[in-house]
Design a protein. Structure first.
Length: 754
């Protein structure tokens, strides 16, 4: 790539496409290499004109209908669409299609470019608002003079001056209403801007006609103020959209506002806001604190709890030069880390960023709201047209005034915005509590749940399993080394328990018993296996016949056995404690009408003991279930919430109506689970079910507010009780009422988010 090309591409990154029409540069290999997120089939665009959830549907469906993309995902808060094209596809064609749909695109690469695009859009909105405000102020001064008694040539002159001041309002400030309406008509759809554009067009034409003939009502003052108020309302919605619409998971996940930046020259650290941290700086992290960014360890060694990324609950030793990741926690030792990646570019940031982008994908509720808003807009146009057709013969000026007021006062745009906003607030509140919801649709589905199934180990129980007994004999050093080698790749609580039990012994007494296994693998729900010196060793559930020989008191333990070529060598009995909150959670769910059950791979005796402790019948607590068995049980029910670990329960979770992973690796769990809990325990299950109910209580309330307002205000407009100026005032006030309802939610939601 030549220097001229590089300069051109740099200019493109700042200003968007090189020309209004030519997008051919998007398919240049050199450009793709810079802008395609390390994936030559993927690119992100900042798109103009995204104002409501309907825009998401229009962009996604429009691109898919043309067969240009295999995936299109819109982030409404950032006005960014990320597209993935098939092999042989063209980004040029995608950009042209976006422009035809009415959303001019600009390729983006770095967050700074996106921020600059938002600054440009914010500046443009403020300029239109400023022109409308200045012009309407001057028009009102002239109109007051006429209303105060100016007559003849003077009054005529004031009216013509008002007309001249109105021209920049009509052709500049109000341009967005006409452009959006025209683009929508080209796509054969109704825009919510269409009634406003029609009202402004008819009002301006009629006023100009009355100005020419020297008689009749002139609405330049009312319409100028109207445009100013409408743009003010739009600007308020835009700012709320940027600030609140997209859930931000990274900040509550890290829960860090300041970091310590190490100053080598002074030999001490200085506080710095996390948002100002840059790659290349050295940070100091003390025991018990989360690491705020990815980086290279400079300290000789530390121990880190990496459970959130690996699922391993035991602290892991990191040596100098090793890579540390944001979100993990320093367990012991003071760490100096050379920062390599911060914020969204960190490993956990990329995971959470992908969740944020998926969070408000089109959900059934948002789709329903969009359809309602579109049908309502068409209904308002139809009612206004019918009324005008009849009333124009009674009083033409009054007919125009009332239809204009109707078009302005009856607008569903606030409701269209309020529904995803309400969902976004709930997602953010959940994130602050450590509950990461992959898609807002899961909130909708939670309201439909009838059956809740829990895995047992590590879910209803503490997960801190301990080795209680060995049978018939304790393992030899070689057998213990074999067991540790087999469990090396597993994150199951049983594996973690054995590592805790024998970790020190393995480092000291088993040093000479090094075991290197071949073809080592884990079969979820079945166990682990590997080859050693030509023999197949397995660690899996004990045989039923062997369990019958155990004393009655020991049968309540969970038993696994070491097998060699199909022969059972020895068994290990492991026990776990029930979580303290589990009985209250299960009883609370039952009291609310949910059916509660247990699906476990443990022996029936163990599962039934847990069920009795929770007040569940033995028939609802099933043991000795493999992954396929759990899948079948979930498939037999409808509207199931499956609560498990995201690995051994992956099949059942994929089939469940909603799935919730309570521990383990975030990265792994979110492949199969709809919701990931970064906190231990099952109390969040009850909280999440309540969150879904409270969220949709707010949504229903918003519908009621919007419907009541639109019917009452629309009727008042047709009856002549509300003039266009009052309609312009009521419209943003109604929007503010719905948005305030969404922002505050219910009293419980406010308390729960603290």
């Amino acid at each position: 790539m030549t220097s001229n090309q590089e300069e051109s591409l740099s200019q493109n990154s700042r200003d968007g496409s090189p020309s209004p029409v030519d997008f051919s540069y998007l398919d240049l290999p050199s450009f793709r290499q810079i802008y395609s997120h390390q994936d030559p089939q993927k690119m992100s665009f900042f798109v103009e004109g995204v104002r409501c959830a309907k825009c998401l549907w229009r962009i996604e469906e429009g691109l898919r209908e043309k067969g240009l993309v295999s995936r299109a995902q819109v982030n409404m808060s950032e006005h960014v669409v990320e597209v993935t094209i098939p092999q042989g596809g063209s980004f040029q064609a995608v950009a042209q299609a976006l422009k035809q749909l009415g959303y001019p695109p600009h390729p983006i690469q770095e967050p700074e470019v996106l921020m600059e695009k938002h600054r440009q859009q914010n500046r443009q909105m403020l300029m239109r608002l400023g022109v409308a405000g200045a012009a309407s102020g001057n028009i009102m001064i002239l109109a007051i003079a006429v209303y105060a008694g100016a007559e003849g040539f003077l009054a005529k002159g004031f009216d013509w001056l008002g007309f001249l001041f109105f021209l920049p309002v009509l052709f500049y400030s109000a341009q967005t209403f006409f452009v959006n309406s025209w683009r929508a008509l080209l796509q054969r759809r109704a825009s919510m801007d269409l009634p406003i554009a029609l009202a402004l067009g008819v009002g301006a034409t009629l006023s100009f006609y009355h100005l020419l003939i020297g008689e009749g009502a002139i609405y330049f003052d009312s319409m100028a103020v109207l445009v100013f108020l409408l743009l003010s309302s739009r600007y308020l919605l835009y700012r709320w959209q940027l600030k609140y619409l997209s859930p931000t998971y990274l900040e509550p996940f890290l829960n860090v506002e300041q970091v310590r930046v190490w100053d080598e020259s002074q030999g001490k650290s200085q506080p710095l806001p996390l948002k100002d941290l840059q790659p290349g700086q050295v940070i100091l992290v003390k025991p018990g604190e989360k690491i705020p960014a990815d980086g290279k360890l400079l300290t000789e060694q530390i121990y880190v709890n990496s459970a959130v990324l690996t699922g391993e609950s035991l602290p892991q030793r990191f040596l100098q030069g090793g890579l540390c990741y944001a979100g993990t926690q320093v367990h012991s030792g003071e760490a100096k880390i050379l920062v390599t990646h911060v914020g969204p570019s960190s490993r956990v940031g990329k995971i959470l960023r992908s969740l944020e982008r998926q969070a408000l994908d089109k959900t059934p509720l948002i789709s329903m709201t969009d359809r309602w808003a579109q049908n309502f807009t068409l209904a308002v146009l139809a009612i206004g047209s019918v009324f005008f057709a009849f009333y124009v013969f009674v009083d033409p000026a009054e007919a125009v005034k009332r239809v204009l007021a109707l078009a302005l006062v009856a607008c569903p745009c606030a409701l269209v915005f309020a529904t995803p906003l309400t969902q976004s607030f709930s997602l953010m509140r959940a994130a602050r509590r450590g509950f990461f919801i992959k898609r807002a649709e899961a909130l909708e589905k939670l309201t439909q749940i009838r059956q809740v199934y829990f895995d047992k180990t590590g879910t209803l129980t503490e997960g801190q399993v301990k080795l209680r007994k060995t049978w018939p004999l304790a393992p030899s050093s070689e057998q213990a080394a074999l067991i540790l080698a087999l469990e090396e790749i597993s994150q199951h609580p049983f594996a973690q328990a054995l590592r805790r039990e024998w970790a020190s012994q393995g480092e000291q007494n088993l040093e000479d018993q090094k075991v290197i296994l071949e073809e080592l693998k884990e079969v979820p729900g079945r166990g682990v296996q590997g080859l050693y010196q030509g023999d197949l060793y397995e660690l899996k559930a004990s045989s039923l016949e062997r369990l019958e020989d155990l004393p009655q008191a020991d049968q309540a333990l969970s038993w696994i056995s070491l097998w060699k070529n199909g022969e059972e060598l020895l068994s290990l009995g492991l026990g776990d404690e029930l979580r303290a909150e589990a009985p209250a959670v299960v009883n609370g769910l039952k009291a609310q009408g949910y059916q509660v059950g247990i699906l476990s791979g443990d022996q029936n005796e163990v599962v039934h003991k847990v069920a009795n402790s929770l007040g569940l019948s033995e028939g609802s607590a099933l043991g000795r279930l493999g992954p396929e068995d759990k899948l079948q049980k979930v498939a037999e029910q409808t509207k199931v919430l499956m609560v498990g670990d995201g690995i051994n329960d992956a099949l059942a979770m994929a089939k469940a109506h909603v799935s919730l992973a309570v521990h383990g690796s975030m990265e792994t769990s979110l492949h199969t689970a709809d919701i990931y809990l970064s906190q231990p325990g099952v109390r969040p299950v009850k909280d999440l079910l309540r969150l879904s109910r409270e969220t949709f209580k707010v949504v229903r309330r918003n519908f009621a507010i919007s419907a009541t307002y639109n019917v009452a205000a629309g009727s008042a407009a047709l009856l002549g009780w509300i003039n266009p100026l009052l309609a312009a005032i009521f419209m943003p006030l109604a929007s503010l009422a719905v948005l305030t309802s969404s922002f505050w939610g219910t009293a419980w939601l406010r308390r729960w988010s603290l």
